[in-house]
Write a protein that binds this ligand. Structure first.
Ligand code: PMP
Length: 353
């Protein structure tokens, strides 16, 4: 890995961050706060939130094999993705490499930050090749995005290929594990200490059932996390979010129960989906959704909308022609989807049927 200073944009490296009132106050328990121009009434929401989310990070260290200094918390993982661009990528000069297809925000953030985006196509079984990814890098490649399980394809990337990329690339590898809770492959978080160029992204939006509170996590070496903290908005995670997240972590058994249920439901839904006449292929999934190739994705998507059922049409995405991405819902939601598609089959017999 290049030195962190060599990878970081010079203006960011030299930046003197904004210092908020709550950042400057350290010391023994105070009882009178007259430092932040807050209204003293309407407690508790009259106070600014903890800018460094200490309590929440402490709770997270009980379930993640990391120290608090290795955790960045943001307004969804999307904030962490954007900050990684802003920390490392000089607009119009640097570039990033990513698997293709994958989560769309990496490209949007690249475009927004005026940074060249270099997609590297997966193979027809949605596998990545370390050699091909590394061949797409050059001296200006700062970030390399991997997503496992990948969105929209649903599969885990090969651990061996991922580690080869991390070990061989001299920039930062961002491994998005938003869906790792649904996979049987363990998170790479346990390997953080031996890989100083690895950033792992996880989120409260999927298995944790908290998409509405907007809370994303980035885990990395303390030096990388310090850089992200330096450039974030001072109070980027609001108090209500911090509270709800701590409450959710106190009920971690619920998350485990949901994950078990959703994995069981994924198996039965995929089996029933594969039996539909309009289905050509159901691709294997390690996530809480699966990708399926159907006879006519545009028509079936429109039909499902007319039935009040919304899935994701991925027809225009690389390697995903005529594919729909289906999120696993509750048993009754999944039943509703299958019944609707059985009705579609009755009215649209396929040539071979
Ligand atoms: N990463 C991946 C792979 C995703 O699919 C998504 C959301 N669809 C996110 C990140 C965004 O997560 P968040 O809600 O934490 O911003």
């Amino acid at each position: 890995m290049k030195s962190l200073q060599a990878l970081t944009r010079p203006n960011v490296w030299n930046l003197k961050p904004y210092s908020s009132a709550r950042d400057e106050y350290h010391g023994s328990a105070a009882s009178i706060f007259l430092d932040a121009n807050e209204n003293p009434y309407n407690t508790p929401n009259n106070r600014y939130p903890d800018p460094m989310q200490h309590e929440l990070k402490r709770e997270l260290t009980h379930i993640k094999p990391v120290a608090p200094e290795q955790i960045f918390l943001g307004n969804g993982s999307d904030e962490a993705i954007d900050l990684l661009f802003r920390a490392f990528c000089e607009p119009q000069t640097d570039n990033v490499v990513a698997i293709d297809p994958t989560y769309g925000m990496y490209r949007v953030c690249a475009d927004l930050n005026n940074v060249e985006y270099r997609p590297v196509l997966l193979d027809d079984a949605f596998r990545c090749s370390a050699d091909r990814l590394l061949a797409a890098t050059d001296g200006h490649t700062k970030l390399l995005f991997l997503c496992s399980p990948n969105n929209p394809t649903g599969n885990e990337l090969s651990r061996q290929e991922v580690l080869r990329v991390i070990n061989a690339f001299d920039g930062i590898v961002v491994l998005d594990e938003a869906y790792n809770d649904f996979s049987d492959t363990p998170s790479l978080l346990a390997e953080l200490d031996s890989h100083p160029n690895l950033v792992v992204l996880q989120t409260f939006s999927k298995a944790y059932g908290c998409a509405g509170i907007r809370l994303g996590m980035a885990f990395a070496a303390a030096e990388i996390i310090a850089l992200l903290n330096k450039i974030k908005y001072p109070y980027n995670v609001n108090s209500l979010t911090q509270q709800r997240a701590v409450e959710m972590l106190h009920r971690y058994y619920e998350i485990e129960r949901w994950v078990k249920l959703l994995k069981e439901e994924r198996t039965s839904l995929m089996k029933r989906f594969a039996a539909l006449a309009c289905t050509a292929t159901v691709y294997p999934s390690d996530a809480n959704f699966f990708l399926a190739k159907v006879s006519d994705a545009v028509a079936i998507y429109a039909y499902l909308v007319s039935e009040g059922i919304i899935v994701r049409n991925r027809h225009t995405v690389s390697l995903c022609g005529n594919c729909l991405r289906i999120t696993v819902g509750t048993p009754s939601e999944n039943e509703g989807l299958i019944l609707a598609l059985q009705k579609y089959d009755e009215h649209h017999p396929t040539p071979s049927a």
